[in-house]
Ligand binder design. Sequence first.
Ligand code: SF4
Length: 58
Amino acid sequence: MMQNKQKINCTVQSCAYNNCQENQCTLKQIIVTPCQDCNTQKADESMCSSYKYNQEKQ
Ligand code: SF4
């Protein structure tokens, strides 16, 4: 349960859950998982698994 006031800032505009005006995720919580076969030791080793492609935005 998320009891705090955490916000998820996200700039992935092709996602159905993204509020593109505010660059924020509209979900109360997301799942972040490690990328497969990625050893960059940089931020791209993690990815949002709650992503859902929004065809209508394209
Ligand atoms: S579900 Fe993930 S990719 Fe989509 S807006 Fe939220 S944080 Fe961004």
